[in-house]
Design a protein around this ligand. Structure first.
Ligand code: NAD
Ligand code: UGA
Length: 447
C-alpha cells in the first residue's frame, strides 16, 4: 500500500519506518530541511534504539523516502497520516497549528479524494475541525467536484513509548481506529493487517471516542504515577518503605506492577502536556476535573522533591552555594535523548539558582542539555559518569539508565568530596549504602 506521513519526529519516523518494514511504500514529509537531508542520508535526528537500522534498510529497499515538498507528498498516495507535534499553548490547550497546516496543505495539493489519518494526539473534535478546514480550502479552490467523498478523516492515535518505540509499534497492544465510514475502516484494516495476525488488535469506534481514548490512556498512566508519588511522600513522613508498598499493592492484578514506580516526577513530551490539555477540555466545556488537576499538581510538587532532599542533606538550601552537585541522568527517561519536561531540568535550575555548580552526565542527552543551557561555568556536562563525580559534594540520580544500576561505590568515594546520594529512582539498597558510610536519601524510603 502507498501512504504518506507528515512529520518525521518520534511518531512519524517510527510509523514510517515500521510500515515500510512490513512492505508498504511510505513517503515522509517534514518542514525541517536539515532533518530531511539527514534522513535521506540514513542518519536519524533522534536517539531511539533500533530505529536507524530500520530506516537505512527501508531506504535502501526503496520502500521509505523523505521529502520537503508537500505537493510531492500528497501526490504520492491517497492515504495521508498527520504525525506532527501538538505542543502546549500558553493556556494549556493543545496547539493545533501544525495539524491544521498539514490539513490545509493536503487540501491545497490533492487531485483525488483522500483519507487523512490523524496520529498526532489531538483533543476531541479535532477530526471535525480538520475535515471542515480541508473542505473550506477545497471549495475555495473550486475543487468540490468530489462531493462528500473528497475527505475522510480517521483518528488513529499512537501509543508508543520513547526508548521502546520500534518494539511498541511492531507489537501494539491495540490499534484504535475512529472512522466514520466503512471504506475508511477497511483501508485501515489493510494498512495494519501485518500487525494483526495472531489476534485482532484493531478496535473500531467513532472518531470522538478514539480521540478521547488517547488522552484517557495517558491521563490514567499519569494518575498511577502521581498517586504513587503522593504515597511516597506520605511514606517518607511516616517511616514506611514505598518499595515494599509498591510490591504489596502490585501483586493484586487489579492494580498490577506496571507504572507504579515512584520517582522524580513524570516528564516527556506527552504526559505533562496531555494531562494539561485534558484538563483544558474539561474547562472549555464547563466540566471540572479535580482528579486530573490533582495529577498535574502532585507532579509539579514531585519535581521539586529531589532538590528539597538535597538541601536537607547539605544542611539547608543556603548551604548549596559554592557546592558541587553531580547529576546522573538528564533525559526524561532512559533510552532517549529527549529533554522535554525532564525532571532533571527542575533540579538543575534550582541548584544553579541556589549558587551551586552542577556536573551532569547522561548517556545520550548531554548534547541536548548543553543546547538548552548554553556554555556556562556553573554547569559542566561530562561524557563519562565517573568524571561527573569529581569533587562533588553530593550525587543526584534522576534518570535510571542501566549503567547507573550497579556503580562502583569504592571508586565513587575517591572521586567525590562528600558521601551523599539523592536517588530519584530508588535504584540502590539503603542498608548497603548506610553500611558503606553513605548518606542515602531516596523517594519514600526510610534513610
Ligand atoms: P516531534 O516534535 O518529535 O516531531 C514533529 C515533527 O513534525 C517535526 O519534525 C516537525 O518539523 C514536523 N512538522 C511540523 N509541522 C509540519 C508540517 N506542516 N509538515 C510536515 N512536518 C511538520 O513530535 P512527536 O514526538 O513525534 O509527536 C507527534 C505527535 O504524536 C504529538 O501529538 C504527540 O503528542 C503524539 N505522540 C507522541 C509520542 C512520543 O512518544 N513522542 C507518542 C504517542 C503520541
Ligand atoms: C508515554 C506513554 O507511556 C505512551 O503510551 C504514549 O504513547 C506516550 O506517552 C505519548 O503519548 O507520547 P513516554 O512519555 O515516551 O510514553 O514514556 P513513559 O515510559 O510513559 O514515561 C513517562 C514518564 O513517566 C517518564 O518521566 C518516566 O520516568 C515516568 N514514569 C513512568 C514514572 O515516574 N513511574 C513509572 O512507573 C513509569
Amino acid at each position: 500500500m502507498k501512504l504518506t506521513i507528515f512529520g518525521a519526529g518520534y511518531v512519524g519516523l517510527v510509523t514510517g519506518a515500521c510500515l515500510a518494514e512490513v512492505g508498504h511504500d511510505v513517503l515522509v514529509c517534514d518542514v525541517d530541511p536539515a532533518r530531511v537531508d539527514a534522513l535521506k542520508a540514513g542518519r536519524i535526528p533522534i536517539f531511539e534504539p533500533g530505529l536507524e537500522p530500520l530506516v537505512r534498510r527501508n531506504l535502501a529497499a526503496g520502500r521509505l523516502g523523505f521529502t520537503l515538498s508537500a505537493a510531492d507528498a500528497v501526490a504520492h498516495s491517497d492515504l495521508v497520516m498527520i504525525a506532527v507535534g501538538t505542543p502546549p499553548a500558553e493556556n494549556g490547550d493543545a496547539d493545533l497549528g501544525h495539524v491544521l497546516a498539514v490539513g490545509e496543505a493536503i487540501a491545497t495539493h490533492m487531485t483525488r479524494p483522500v483519507t487523512v489519518v490523524t496520529k498526532s494526539t489531538v483533543p476531541v473534535g479535532t477530526g471535525d475541525l480538520v475535515e471542515a478546514r480541508m473542505r473550506a480550502v477545497l471549495s475555495a479552490r473550486g475543487g468540490a467536484e468530489w462531493g462528500d467523498d473528497a475527505v475522510s478523516v480517521v483518528s488513529n492515535p499512537e501509543f508508543l513509548k520513547e526508548g521502546a518505540a520500534v518494539g511498541d509499534f511492531m507489537k501494539p497492544d491495540r490499534i484504535i481506529v475512529g472512522a466514520a465510514s466503512e471504506r475508511a475502516t477497511a483501508l485501515m484494516r489493510t494498512l495494519y493487517q501485518p500487525f494483526n495476525r495472531n489476534h485482532d488488535r484493531l478496535m473500531v469506534m467513532d472518531r470522538r471516542s478514539a480521540e478521547l481514548t488517547k488522552y484517557a490512556a495517558n491521563a490514567m498512566l499519569a494518575t498511577k504515577i502521581s498517586f504513587m508519588n503522593e504515597m511516597a511522600g506520605l511514606a517518607d513522613r511516616l517511616g514506611a518503605d514505598i518499595e515494599a508498598v509498591r510490591l504489596g499493592i502490585g501483586a493484586d492484578p487489579r492494580i498490577g506492577y506496571h507504572f507504579i514506580y515512584p520517582g522524580a516526577g513524570f516528564g516527556g513530551s506527552c504526559f505533562p502536556k496531555d494531562v494539561r490539555a485534558l484538563r483544558r477540555s474539561g474547562e472549555v466545556t464547563g466540566y471540572e476535573m479535580p482528579l486530573v488537576a490533582a495529577v498535574e499538581a502532585v507532579n509539579d510538587r514531585q519535581k521539586h522533591v529531589m532538590f528539597e532532599k538535597l538541601a536537607t542533606a547539605l544542611g539547608g538550601a543556603e548551604a548549596i552555594r559554592g557546592r558541587t552537585i553531580a547529576v546522573w541522568g538528564l533525559a526524561f527517561k532512559p533510552n532517549t535523548d529527549d529533554m522535554r519536561e525532564a525532571p532533571s531540568l527542575r533540579l538543575i535550575d534550582a541548584v544553579l539558582a541556589a549558587g551551586g555548580t552542577v556536573r551532569a552526565y547522561d548517556p545520550a542527552a548531554g548534547t541536548a542539555t548543553r543546547a538548552l543551557y548554553g556554555e556556562r561555568a556553573d554547569l559542566v556536562i561530562t561524557f563519562d559518569a565517573q568524571e561527573a563525580l569529581d569533587g562533588a559534594d553530593a550525587l543526584c540520580l534522576v534518570t535510571e539508565w542501566q549503567e547507573f544500576r550497579v556503580p562502583d561505590f569504592g571508586a565513587m568515594e575517591t572521586r567525590m568530596a562528600g558521601r551523599i546520594i539523592i536517588d530519584g529512582r530508588n535504584l540502590y539498597d539503603p542498608d548497603d549504602l548506610a553500611a558503606r558510610g553513605w548518606r542515602y536519601s531516596a523517594i519514600g524510603r526510610p534513610q
